[in-house]
Write a protein that binds this ligand. Structure first.
Ligand SMILES: [Zn+2]
Length: 243
């Protein structure tokens, strides 16, 4: 039994809340199933790191936009580290990093690993359209997506966000690495928390995903993509390791 909360609707208070207030509203990490016109659902993960609120704020914009009409596509939404967010911290001292705790992690005995297993088991019980995990990074890096597979649909999903795509297999325990076994998956580095450009880019991307009929199964044209390979070891550029 983990601390995962389940919802099939969005509490009104969540639409206007800051990420700092979510723990009070939700009571812990929360998984939402929100119905929409198309199936299968898009899986969206936000706030794995409590001080990276852009993904959550983008989701708020989307939920508000479709509050009256309903979502264009069903969504699984995982609002992850709300206790880290309450303190404005990447994670609490008592926690292990949420984004190193997904299936495949080197440390499967932690409460965080049990939580991620429950999330994955739940959302993969039926087919998924795609999986998107949103982060902020520090410094003025360009926005980019990270993939763990080079199959066309994974790269199509990533280049819907940015031309620059980072490919990695290490570190393990990362959300997109775990989800890539089930559906096209991407980790998004949206730029700095609090930036308007970061928020609007993330919200536009989610909106586009919700409207996509399918992910094209053809290679991305070479002039539309720039793939960087990250070994993810100690020598990898720091910015690649923030996810
Ligand atoms: Zn992060």
């Amino acid at each position: 039994m983990t601390s995962l909360r389940r919802f099939d609707h969005v509490p009104e208070a969540m639409l206007k809340a800051t990420s700092i207030e979510l723990e009070q509203i939700l009571g812990g990490p929360a998984l939402f199933y929100l119905d929409g016109a198309r199936k299968p659902p898009l899986f969206i993960t936000v706030l794995q790191h409590g001080n990276e609120p852009t993904g959550f704020e983008a989701v708020q914009q989307i939920l508000e936009k479709y509050q009256a009409t309903g979502l264009p596509r069903a969504v699984w939404l995982f609002v992850a580290n709300v206790s880290g967010a309450a303190k404005g911290k990447r994670m609490l001292d008592s926690q292990s990093d949420y984004n190193r705790a997904w299936p495949g992690t080197t440390n499967p005995e932690t409460v965080e690993a049990a939580l991620m297993r429950e999330v994955v088991d739940t959302v993969t019980a039926e087919p998924l359209f795609a999986s998107v995990d949103l982060h902020n990074n520090t410094g003025s890096n360009p926005h980019y997506g990270c993939v763990n597979e080079l199959a066309p649909q994974y790269l199509q999903l990533a280049t819907l966000f940015a031309r620059t795509v980072v490919y990695f297999k290490q570190p393990v325990g990362v959300q997109s690495l775990a989800m890539a076994r089930h559906c096209p998956a991407v980790t998004l580095e949206c730029g700095q928390a609090g930036e308007h450009a970061a928020l609007s880019h993330a919200a536009d991307f989610l909106d586009a995903c919700l409207h996509l009929h399918h992910l094209p199964d053809q290679q991305v044209a070479s002039h539309d993509i720039s793939i960087l390979h990250s070994c993810g070891g100690k020598n990898a550029p720091r910015c690649y390791l923030r996810f």
